[in-house]
Design a protein around this ligand. Sequence first.
Ligand SMILES: Nc1ncnc2c1ncn2[C@@H]1O[C@H](COP(=O)(O)OP(=O)(O)OP(=O)(O)O)[C@@H](O)[C@H]1O
Ligand SMILES: [Mg+2]
Length: 282
Amino acid sequence: MNSPALAPSGGGASCPFVRLHGVSKRFQVAGSTRAILADLDFDIRRKEFVAILGESGCGKSTLLRLLCGLDSAYDGQILVDGVAPEIGNDEAGVVFQDPRLFPWLTVEQNIALGLARFRLARAEVGQRVNEHIALVGLAGFERALPHQLSGGMAQRVALARAIVARPAFLLLDEPFSALDALTRSQMHDQLLRIRAATDLTMLLVTHDVEEAVYLADRVVVMAPRPGPLRATVDIELGWPRNRADTAFQRNRERLHALLGHGANGAHAIHATLSTHSVHSHS
Ligand SMILES: Nc1ncnc2c1ncn2[C@@H]1O[C@H](COP(=O)(O)OP(=O)(O)OP(=O)(O)O)[C@@H](O)[C@H]1O
Ligand SMILES: [Mg+2]
């Protein structure tokens, strides 16, 4: 596609698009119950881009699975555009760390799978698939097989498959973590182009603090023990963002501190929570 400005398409309506209220999740492991999420409350506005950071095992992927309806066993209330998430309700597209492509299908056939449940006319499928191949910058690779693609290209196919049915909500679970640094930063710009060209509301799970600051309107920091969120941080930077800016670095450091990274993590958290754009939930 042409390269639209790397900027979001604008703010959304004031009523939340996603609402979590008192959400708790437990797993049964070897006969005992383990609480993973406890009493989570947060909202996502329509067209907002929220990133979730938190230690490994704190429940980020679990939360994402609840939000897209892959798991419906939880306490509390989750509403996405006013209804409880359910597989097949067409509201959400999901991209995982691994592109999960069918190796015997071409790029266009893999993307067309995202439309399989709609029983559309062949021409309509072809048109929508082509549009999305262009949107993710893969024109010319329609007939390629997954083994003929680089990691970044395969992940673009996964992105196109997730949004070809034009969901309102895109959930991304560490989609770029297996890519090298250069490809990862190209994918960040690709995602911002997609954001500018669509009305998607996005939720990104990541371990990469810089990625969160580069992409998100707001970053949610989850606590390692089940409980309320540790903090949410509004990233009050304009678009496009420059990783070398002092303000960018300040946001990065603030989030590292909230995550407890570095020798002075605990002190830094205390200092950070007193700044105006951080909302503590603990
Ligand atoms: N199906 C399951 N049955 C039992 N326990 C589970 C199940 N799925 C996840 N868990 C547990 O829930 C906790 C949270 O897992 P989850 O995958 O959500 O973590 P995460 O924050 O995404 O971690 P990472 O950053 O490593 O991906 C872990 O302790 C995990 O063992
Ligand atoms: Mg995970």
